[in-house]
Design a protein around this ligand. Structure first.
Ligand code: HEM
Length: 458
């Protein structure tokens, strides 16, 4: 029943056979051994941190295991966060919003530079968070209204369109004459982006624009950018926020003119007009949040599900034989390779986690990617097993009052994509999964490609 674990490595930039002996220059090549220097710099920066490198997402799992074992609550002075890695501790922190607030969940990890700050102030950027960084009672008031829009009825209505879009994108990919594709770019990017834009009343022609804005949001909040690198992203965030505000004004106008539809923005404005306590700025903030949260992580989930299953052909075959196992495969992917590996909280009082003192005001990084492989909860945690009985108890959607509002939508889309892929191309194969690179980020662990191939005319 068990399959072998796979961990992705960064692509190497030199062929292994061309390696000179350490310290020996090679004729015609730079005498400086840059690989050795980079390796030494990485070792120095992770020394004393159990190999943990906060922004390196290529293969964080060995460091997570060491942290869990040796220093389950570690203060990391490089980022200024207490890093927590055991399942029980993380779940307890998520569950205690009175002591551990989510107010820092959307704060830039690296301070904003002067130029970016000015661009955003001049552009009228006042967005912060839809729900995830808001705290009770404000959070409770808004979530009560917003969650009514995430009903099973709404999902049911979306299903045929998601299936049609998936079939169309798969057919386009399978038409590539060289029988090679990138599942991420060919399928996984567009499906959740079209879905969430449609939900908010935005047309599919805007996919590239929202993708660009979302990339900027991820980089500006959870990335490690220099002041100069922040500048183009600051412009993008101003445009993104301006558009969210425009969506709310347009919904008001359409309701006034009697031409409004039933998209989520319009329904939130209707709820407000019917006496619901939610302001225009708050509705725009919810749009700002959903137009990011609603696709980035789902694109990663779809990419990871296909990547993990194809990297374990025995598990893929089980699904081909019995697609009813898809729900288990999705939960196991969320456990084994979560889209978000770390999420933040702030201590509101002097407290402790597992015996380590945490001062009032301290920032805390909860490593769900480490919790999901905690051997005290998951047997043989390094094994990817789609029949694992307790895979659903992963912490990849958080826990407690902020538990992910879109979890069912994410899983629904992943399920449809896997079903349609099995139907269209059961012989799909992955190409060189060990070479897949993951983008640098503190929280989001996203592959940058999922290369696939298939038998032409099969
Ligand atoms: C695989 C896909 C997804 C993952 C891994 C994910 C993960 C998360 C996580 C870790 C949180 C924070 C939980 C906490 O603080 O306890 C969260 C919150 C949230 N997510 Fe997701 N998410 C996904 C998909 C989505 C989708 C598709 C939507 C919307 C359509 C969405 C909307 C939200 C919202 C609105 C919140 C804030 C909830 C609150 O603070 O009350 N997410 N998600």
């Amino acid at each position: 029943m068990n399959a072998q674990p796979v961990t992705a490595q960064p692509a190497t930039t030199q062929p292994a056979a061309a390696q000179p002996a350490p310290g020996q220059p090679v004729a015609g090549q730079c005498p400086v051994d840059h690989r050795a220097l980079a390796a030494a710099a990485a070792a120095e920066s992770t020394a004393g941190h159990h190999g943990y490198s906060p922004f390196d997402m290529n293969d964080p799992f060995p460091a997570y295991a060491e942290l869990r074992e040796e220093e389950p609550v570690m203060f990391d002075e490089r980022i200024g966060y207490y890093v927590v890695s055991r399942y029980a501790d993380i779940k307890a922190v998520f569950d205690n919003w009175v002591v551990f607030s989510s107010e820092n969940a959307q704060a830039p990890v690296r301070p904003r530079g002067a130029a970016a700050t000015k661009i955003m102030a001049d552009g009228g950027f006042t967005a912060y968070s839809g729900l995830s960084a808001r705290v009770p009672p404000e959070h409770t008031r808004m979530r009560t209204i917003v969650q009514q829009e995430f009903s099973p009825r709404r999902y049911k209505a979306l299903e045929p369109t998601i299936r049609e879009n998936t079939a169309r994108l798969l057919a386009q990919m399978l038409a590539h004459p060289d029988a090679r594709g990138d599942f991420l770019k060919d399928v996984a990017v567009d499906i959740p982006t079209i879905t969430i834009l449609g939900l908010l009343g935005v047309g599919p022609d805007m996919v590239p624009t929202y993708k660009k804005w979302s990339d900027s949001r991820a980089a500006m909040t959870w990335g490690d950018l220099s002041d100069e690198e922040q500048i183009p992203h600051a412009h993008n965030l101003v445009d993104y926020w301006t558009e969210c505000r425009r969506l709310v004004s347009a919904a008001h106008e359409a309701i006034g003119a009697g031409t409004a539809g039933t998209d989520l923005v319009t329904d939130l404005v209707r709820a407000q007009l019917a006496g619901g306590e939610i302001s225009d700025h708050e509705i725009a903030s919810v749009c700002y949040s959903l137009l990011f949260a609603g696709h980035e992580t789902t694109t990663t989930l779809i990419s990871n599900t296909i990547r993990m299953l194809l990297s374990h052909p025995g598990e893929w075959q089980k699904l081909v034989e019995d697609p009813r196992r898809i729900a288990g495969a999705i939960d196991e992917t969320l456990r084994y390779s979560p889209s978000i590996v770390g999420w933040r909280r702030k201590a509101l009082v002097d407290t402790e986690i597992a015996g380590t003192a945490i001062p009032k005001g301290a920032n805390i990084l909860l490593l769900m990617g480490a919790a999901n492989r905690d051997p005290s909860v998951f047997e043989d945690p390094e094994v990817f097993d789609i029949e694992r009985a307790n895979a659903r108890t992963h912490l990849s959607f958080g826990f407690g009052i902020h538990y992910c509002l879109g979890n069912m939508l994410a899983k629904l889309q992943d399920k449809i994509v896997v079903e349609e892929t099995i139907r269209a191309v059961p012989g799909l194969r992955i190409v060189d999964p060990e070479a897949i690179v993951f983008g640098d980020n503190l929280s989001f662990r996203a592959p940058t490609s999922v290369p696939v191939t298939w038998e032409a005319n099969a």
